[in-house]
Ligand binder design. Structure first.
Ligand code: CAA
Length: 261
């Protein structure tokens, strides 16, 4: 499939999706979001891919929803389309992807852009990254997880301040607040993200998927239920060939060869 607003590549077992609408600062228009859904779905279904990197390149991650597209919309339009959740498969699909997705953020990740990065499994930030939920400055509010995911990650005070005032957070503050896993020089962002994704993609895919599911459960279930889910998932790794191989390789002092079985 060819894409107008994305660059879609692979490096080994890593799928890389680059948002590519530079003239509009990668604003998340409906065509772009539809393409993103299709690209993520293709990588999710591809057995040759073990992990995904989502980036906007080295200038900007994404400036949010396409304001010009939304400008004339009324409540009924937005409600019937269930915007942004129902607009395109991508937002819904992000939440159900089983393969890990790393957001590699350089420059602005604002509004829906910040929400898109937060919908990924972790965020690697360039030293140029800037995060914000400026919707209030437009007379609206975050609608794709900004009030929910940001509050869970950075806590109430920072989330409230950012959502209520539109104040932006730079990469260093985002790292201190736990929004990003680490900050790297912008020139190294893509390579670092692909390296992390390649590390994951070389591991046991069933184990990786179970870990992702378990960590996500920490945000959605009471502790006792999350611990039970984790324990069952851990126990079920003892049914995989990869778990046997991993422990045998450790005992034999050799590198494991995981097959994803
Ligand atoms: N939607 C549509 N077009 C956008 C856009 C957006 N979100 N962000 C930037 N653009 C366009 C600009 O209109 C401009 O187009 P023209 O050249 O045709 O005039 C072009 O991209 C370049 O923009 P700037 O000149 O503003 O570029 P800059 O580098 O000076 O500033 C920026 C970059 C800080 C990202 C600034 O463009 C900006 O503040 N954008 C809006 C950010 C925003 O408010 N996002 C929230 C959107 S609402 C939302 O996301 C709802 C939700 O939760 C689902």
């Amino acid at each position: 499939m060819s894409y107008d607003h994305l660059i879609v590549e692979t490096e080994g077992r890593v799928g890389i999706v680059t948002l590519h609408r530079p003239a509009a600062r990668n604003a998340l228009s409906t065509p772009l979001v539809n393409e993103l859904g299709a690209a993520l779905e293709a990588f999710e279904q591809d057995p040759a891919i073990g992990a995904i990197v989502l980036t906007g390149g080295d200038q900007v991650f994404a400036a949010g929803a396409d304001i010009k597209e939304l400008q004339e919309a009324g409540f009924v339009d937005i409600f019937l389309a269930d915007f942004p959740h129902g607009r395109a498969a991508a937002w819904k699909r992000m939440a159900t992807l089983r393969k890990p997705v790393i957001a590699a953020v350089a420059g602005f990740a604002l509004g829906g852009g910040c929400e898109l990065a937060m919908a990924c499994d972790f965020i690697l930030a360039a030293d140029t990254a800037v995060f914000g939920q400026p919707e209030v400055l437009l007379g609206t509010m975050p609608g794709a997880g900004g009030t929910q995911r940001l509050a869970r990650v950075v806590g109430k005070s920072k989330a409230m301040e950012m959502c209520l005032t539109g104040r932006r957070m730079d990469a260093q503050e985002a790292e201190r607040a736990g929004l990003v896993s680490r900050v790297v020089p912008v020139a190294e962002l893509r390579a670092e993200a692909v390296k992390a994704a390649a590390t994951i993609a070389a591991l046991s895919l069933p184990a990786v998927m179970m870990i992702k599911e378990s960590v996500n459960a920490a945000y959605e279930t009471p502790l006792a239920e999350g611990l039970r889910l984790e324990r069952r998932a851990f126990q079920s790794t003892f049914a995989t060939e990869d778990r046997r191989e991993g422990m045998a390789a450790f005992a034999a002092k050799r590198k494991p060869e995981f097959k994803g079985r």
